[in-house]
Write a protein of this length. Sequence first.
Lengths: 166, 742
Amino acid sequence: MRGRSRGGMWWIAAAAVVFGVAVALAVAPVARRPPSTYQRVVAIASQLRCPVCSGESAASSDTVQAIAMRREIARELAAGRSTHQILAGFVAQYGTWILTRPPHHGAYTLLWLAPVLSVSVVTVLVVRYLRLRSVRRPADADALAGGQTGAPQDGGDAERRLARYL
Amino acid sequence: MWIVGAGQALLWLALLAALGAAGGLYFGERAARPAWVRGGKLSFGVAAAAAAGAAGLLEAALVGNDFAVRFVAEHSSIQTPVYYRVAAMWGGQQGSLLLWVLLLYGFAAYLLCWPPREGARLQPYALAILAAVAACTSLLLVTAASPFVAMRPVPADGLGLNRLLHNTSFLLHPILLYLGFVGFTVPFAFAMSGLLRRDTGDHWIRVTHRWALTAWALLSVGILLGMHWSYHVLDWGGYWSFDPVENSALMPWLAATALIHSAMVQERRGMLKLWNAILVSLTYVLTLFGTFLSRSGIVVSVHAFAVSPLGGYLLTYVGLAAALAVYLIASRLDVLQDDRGFDSLVSKEGAFLLNNVVFLALVLTILVGTLMPVVSAALGHGLTVGTPYFETVTAPLFTVVLLLAGVGPLLAWRRAGRAEFTRHLLVPLAASALFAAALGAMDVRPLPAAVGLACAFFAGVAVLYDFALGVAARQAMEPSGVLVAAGRLVSRNPRRYGGYAVHLAMVLIACGIIASHAFHREGQFALRVGEAARVGGYTVIYEGLGSTTGGGARQTYARMMVTRGGHYVTTLTPSITVGTDAATSNATYIPAVDSGPLRDLYITFLGYQPGGTTAGFNIIVNPLVSWIWAGGALLVAGAVWSLWPRPQAVLAPRSYRVFGLWAELEYDFRMGKTAEPEYLALRTQYRQEAEEAMALERAEGRPRTDLERVEARIAARAMELSAARRAEGGPIAPGVGGGGSK
């Protein structure tokens, strides 16, 4: 039976691929269009803090300062400057404080290592837990070695009950 | 005026009755005095009724426009539509705290009326802990944030409800979010109750897991509704920004996701007891900490309530809950010993552990990012991190989550045969490689988005493939049609296939988030009447203005005709609404959205020149956003299905676990996940364990079916009667019997 059903499994996979590609094809016309200048401005502005707001980026705020920053970004984009250069310009003017995404050097590196450090910390905890708390019960090892201990007396009862769980 | 006094009195009554309940239940259970426990339960009922009465009074004041109550004057007005007046209760700090307390009492009332069938013994202590938590929050309400404060002089009209809250999602989102947050008190209470009783058997994890899953599902829906609200009401076309308050809901959700997976390891295999006790406490403490973050005014957020005196109280509660958990866990380490160790890390248990590593790492990462600005400000640096930071650091971890969502279901319990596991990976891996190649051929960029989509695709195919294998295995056991086999498979294994539905839901949500985030196309335009804008292949023509007045607001809307390739698609009417009362007089910009299965058209009306000859618009074409909401619906269905009652667990509490494990083994073997020698050895072992457990159940006289239960009851009654008859006509002398106290 396994050989036959496995053929069916490939059909499922094929159907999934056809579906996935169809969706991708339908979305691609939107995705492949180059972003408008406005969208590029927003993308850059979202990496900058609005200097007079609380917790808003220059992309989402409608304060005079944020609007001025977006105009400035649009002007610099039109002048052919790269995202990197534009951000560097703002940092020179306001300091690294202006960035919503901290730079990759100095003490900021720690922030970027946060996910790596977090994974390490939790992994160490899990490994320690497994070492300290998990004991292997000898009975399990026996069973795995194939030790058949004592023929069941009313095996049929258990089998019948099992059918309710299947 | 009387409402203020009566409301405050009811809150005091709720506080005192909850204190009484906590004392009665705890000491009654401890000293084995059923009368105290009964009194405690009664007192808890009184407290719940008092809280309900207080909430009813506040609602009456809101609906009846009683501006003598300060909360009503500040959060409602005569012109606020009546259903938003009802919802105004959770439109402000004090009222939403009352809702919070009310929901906690609601959970308690549910448990009082319908004690859990699994783990009923744990109920008194669990209720005592719930009562203590209820007393703490009631204390907060009475002292620091009472909604019942008089307003003098009584104003003629109120300030009104914030216009952004005038949305149907607002009626539901806070309730579900709070249900989720408050709901985690219940698994915490049961977990701590088990520790207090040193009673950490199967029923302990079952009842804790069930309630954790319930709260998790409620919180998931609450978060998704919040995203929906943000998307349809706030004018930025997004739904998530890793704002501190959003993070404070996301962190407990992530911790709970870890918990509902690792709890399964304990339910099936009796492992990770200590780990689960820690996780359930962590989740609960994170909900309290999240409440502290959003209500204390310590973090800067668009959602945050005004600066309030609640911070100190809430931080104290965080400390108390953490201290209780640490004390109980540390002093009960002996009953938290695992039954056995891991056989192999290449197993379902191993996948669950890896899941825990990733989800807890996500919690830590987001915690660091959220607290960074607070710590930095305290040190005088003023460094903060924003949305782009969170997106960058969490994306790789979420990608691993997607991969695990596909790999986990393919692995057998205990030990997956390596050859078998590799063979199972083949189909989904080949399919996703093809899909990835197609994405490459279409030149889909940016690359991380394409990788994310391929991973989501892998998870989806893996889950469906495993389900198909299960159906085939089911047919091999009992020949039947595909649909019948699928139906039986799903109905016999609600936990597993409910979980699969939730995994598929996560795949849909991931696709929606990735596609809308990476592939949306957006433009801002100033259009004259009749002029067209082009965005993402769509042409949008501004046709002119219109306006309506009603519901305490004046609405100006723009008619925007959308076409694509010369064909008419739809007409959208984004609007600017200006309210006529004080709180709503600022203009709000309500976007118009046309949702399709593959893309949303999203237009915000930014403003117009007098007469409307020229108007400004923000137009977004947002792919696959509706998949997020569809995923939400599937998530609810899957969660409800997993929570479907399992009578076997109650009727056969001792053998339930081994039979479940045995059933999994039979499937794993027939699906080709477990090698034959291993299957035979384990099968022998499980049969033996099952028989031992069944023998124990028989010895305890625990009936297995309703009929057997009735039979047992009749037998017990017959024994009592015959014993009584023997006592009457027995060897006891008549004189002794007559002179006794009876």
